[in-house]
Design a binder for this molecule. Sequence first.
Ligand SMILES: O=C([O-])CC(=O)C(=O)O
Length: 161
Amino acid sequence: MTTESPATTDLSDDHGDAVRVLDPIFADFGSRDAFHGPVKTLKCFEDNAKVREAVEGPGNGQVLVVDGGGSERCALFGGNLAELAEKNGWAGVVVYGCIRDVAEIETFDIGMKALATHPKKSVKADGGKYDVPVTFAGHTIRPGDWLYADRDGIVIADKEL
Ligand SMILES: O=C([O-])CC(=O)C(=O)O
């Protein structure tokens, strides 16, 4: 079930400095214009084995936040992983890095933001760490934070708003 997401503009207006508004570096790719949920973090660099492992497990409405170090040299997410993410109940995925198969990703009911697209796959060496604080787009995001995304941007809060 999808619950309606509050507008990021309203969250920013209403909560001011109590929320973190990420720098506008992300592009929209998913079929869901808006999505939100508690954050699970993953930090990995040009290696997406743990991204697959995450979306193979239950999402329970969480948003997977992948800190890929901003790499624009390969894709950390694609159509097969989007299918798994939808099937397993992830609300959305935010990748500080690249993705591929965007036409396929749009056919699944998940939110998706990333820096850009890249045709090349990443290695699958099982590197990376779950549930660590990640820092990009001007702010630190911690596991258990709440992420709200829509076409205007991304807002992070310490708790559900
Ligand atoms: O498996 C990958 O590396 C990403 C991908 O292409 C997919 O999810 O279809």
